[in-house]
Ligand binder design. Structure first.
Ligand code: YXS
Length: 259
């Protein structure tokens, strides 16, 4: 069964996640299908791309497929991780990508929607970043994506509590561009997509890439980068990461010992 449904209407592409059994957990196979759909839509000169879960979804995406996370002792969010490839593909996509959100957005999926260009959701949307629930370190490019959206205080609360931010607060915090009623979500989203599709695609793609370049323009010395990697190794080498992954697979709360 296809894990994504892709369609085009008046130069507006829609990729619908269709992996409910695993709550749209972003596995390698699922991500490959999303990337293929993205390429196909761009080949068809689509001017706007919408990422969505099926109407009325309780979960937009459960985040990284935990079963596919690297084993403890290795970087769980390394440059070549499939989810990292998807995040870069969305950032580099010349067409604006709109995240149309119903339901919970978990873990790495929370970063995925933050690198989308516009977020439109209903009151069922929520946003949780959860490395602390699993004992993994997040990666620097991912943390920078949060820093480009929210205040430091909000980011610390999200990462430290690993608890969902509900839609109303997400709108106040600038995570959601628009919070709309469920019955208005499609019309509102497609009207905005239509407005964008009538503007200059070249101008939009250049401005989008300028914002991507400037948003990532945070100079780091090599020593600082190496220090960050050493810090991250403390987590991905820890017993806590072993426990975090094991607890998820055993469907029980983790017991972290800080080592
Ligand atoms: O037991 P079966 O085979 O039916 O499969 C279950 C779950 O194991 C599976 N599933 C997942 N599989 C892999 N990776 C996941 N992230 C994941 N989430 C769910 O889907 C089947 C149905 O799950 P179930 O019964 O829990 O569904 P539910 O409707 O009761 O609850 C939906 C959720 C999303 C609230 C619940 O599944 C959940 O809390 N999932 C984990 C959310 C999460 O912590 N995601 C973070 C993944 S790690 C990540 O993204 C980054 C590395 S980080 O941690 O740094 O953010």
């Amino acid at each position: 069964m296809a894990l994504v449904i892709s369609e085009v209407r008046e130069q507006i592409g829609t990729i619908t996640f269709n992996n409910f059994a695993k709550r749209n957990a972003l596995s390698r196979v699922f991500i490959d299908e999303i990337l293929t759909a993205l390429d196909d839509l761009l080949a068809k000169k689509t001017r706007v791309i919408i990422l969505r879960a099926p109407e009325g979804a309780k979960v937009w995406s459960a985040g990284h497929d935990i079963k596919e996370l690297e084993n403890p002792g290795r970087d769980p969010l390394n440059y070549d991780d499939p989810l990292e490839n998807l995040i870069r593909a969305v950032q580099r996509c010349p067409a604006p990508v709109i995240a149309m959100i119903e339901g919970g957005v978990w873990g790495g999926a929370c970063e995925l929607v933050l690198v989308c260009d516009i977020l439109i959701g209903t009151h069922t949307a929520s946003f949780a970043i959860t490395p602390a629930r699993i004992g993994v370190p997040y990666n620097s490019s991912g943390i920078l994506h949060f820093m480009n959206t929210c205040s430091m205080a909000t980011i610390k609360e999200m990462f430290f509590t690993a608890q969902p931010i509900k839609a109303e607060r997400a709108e106040r915090l600038g995570i959601l561009n628009h919070l709309v009623e469920p019955e208005d979500l499609e019309t509102f989203t497609y009207n905005m997509a239509k407005q964008i599709s009538l503007n200059s695609p070249l101008s939009i793609s250049v401005i989008k890439e300028q914002l991507h370049i400037l948003g990532n323009a945070l100079p780091l010395s090599t020593e600082t980068f190496e220090r960050i990697q050493a810090l991250r190794r403390l987590a991905w080498d820890s017993e806590d990461y072993v426990e975090g992954k094991k607890a998820f697979l055993e469907k029980r709360p983790p017991v972290f010992r800080g080592r």
